[in-house]
Design a protein around this ligand. Structure first.
Ligand SMILES: NC(=O)c1ccc[n+]([C@@H]2O[C@H](COP(=O)([O-])OP(=O)(O)OC[C@H]3O[C@@H](n4cnc5c(N)ncnc54)[C@H](OP(=O)(O)O)[C@@H]3O)[C@@H](O)[C@H]2O)c1
Length: 317
């Protein structure tokens, strides 16, 4: 039986959702269709995944043929750094809504705390190849996101890739709840201190790259640890007759964390949802927690020189 987590706004967020990053436009149409047929009721999208239009086409088919009602499916989208200037926030939200063929988003996240030069390029760079930052405070971006809630365009709003210090700053001014902080999280990067901080402030954590992002676009060295092949994860899986992927997804369910594994493969989309018929023992959770090595796969190194780069000043690690 699938479960949901209550956000500070009162909305229920299904605990397992489908990730859509790196699903090509063609793949994502099929992936969302399969996911809905299998029982997923939560899709994680973002404008920079460049496939929201195809997600929207599939959603429209499923809504129109009565497979789902709008209120039964939870759709997240994200505002990218090049749209963080206050005057661009609403435009970006409307663009995602149009592509997704929706009247409202269940959740709209600020994708990163670091603003980038507005324009067509997702990662604007100068002649030297350095990223071009924009001098926008994420607090000013947030204030416009709050207006989107007032206007009914988003039910809940939140952030992604924020550290504890940045959350504290935002909490001190936020009029609407920061419902979610979506961050990389898995047994190699358990983020326990950030998880505790968020829980105590009624911010739900969503875990991205829960399987260790094996399809990552960046360099994958032979020496890089591979979560899905970790002997501890594999052995635990065998003892429950479950796959390593299912163990890694269930790990978040036990911790009260939302989790959004990505797959474009129908079988694996199904496999990743077969996680509600077993429970990891405390002993197995301890074994998984002992794997924590503060190993971040997506380090956003291209933002390292940005004054709002989230990871160097991370108080939580
Ligand atoms: N907020 C952010 O900054 C941010 C950053 C990264 C990701 N995200 C979100 O989080 C989602 C998930 O993270 P992710 O895509 O980085 O990585 P992930 O979910 O950890 O891994 C996805 C990869 O694992 C493969 N896979 C899926 N299920 C599997 C299974 N059961 N066994 C073996 N391999 C499996 C997929 O290949 P197949 O497709 O071939 O199955 C894909 O290559 C994203 O899609 C996106 O929605 C957000």
């Amino acid at each position: 039986m699938a479960v949901g987590i209550k956000l500070a706004t009162g909305a229920i967020m299904p605990q397992v959702g489908l990730g859509t990053w790196q699903s090509s436009p063609t793949q994502v149409s099929e992936a969302v269709k399969s996911a809905i047929d299998i029982g997923y009721r939560h899709i994680d999208c973002a404008s920079i995944y460049e496939n929201e239009h195809e997600v929207g086409t599939t959603l429209a088919i499923k809504l129109n043929d009565g497979t789902i009602r709008r209120e039964d499916i939870f759709i997240t989208s994200k505002l990218w750094g090049t749209y963080m200037r206050p005057e661009l926030v609403r435009e970006s939200c409307l663009k995602s809504l149009k592509n997704l063929q929706l009247d409202y988003l269940d959740l709209y996240l600020m994708h990163i705390p670091a603003a980038l030069k507005p324009g067509k390029e997702i990662l604007p760079t100068d002649e030297a190849g350095e990223i071009i930052c924009d001098d926008v405070d994420y607090i000013d971006t947030w204030k416009v996101m709050e207006k989107l809630v007032d206007e009914g365009l988003c039910k809940s709003i939140g952030v992604s890739n924020f550290n504890e210090e940045q959350l504290c700053r935002l909490l001190s001014v936020a009029k609407h709840p920061i419902s979610v902080n979506q961050v990389e999280c898995h047994p190699y990067l358990a983020q326990q201190k950030l998880v505790n901080f968020c829980k105590s402030n009624d911010i739900v954590i969503t875990a991205y790259s829960p399987l260790g992002c094996p399809g990552r676009p960046l360099k994958f060295e032979d020496t890089d640890p591979r979560l899905l092949e970790d002997p501890v994860v594999c052995d635990i899986g065998k003892s429950y007759n479950k796959t390593p992927g299912q163990v890694l997804i269930r790990y978040h369910i036990e911790r009260g964390i939302v989790v959004i594994p990505k797959s474009a493969n129908e079988n694996r989309i199904g496999e990743n949802f077969q996680v509600f018929d077993f429970k990891l023992s405390e002993d197995d959770m301890s074994k998984l927690n002992s794997l924590d090595k503060n190993y971040r796969i997506l380090d956003f190194a291209f933002l390292r020189k940005h004054k709002h780069f989230p990871f160097e000043c991370q108080l939580s690690q």
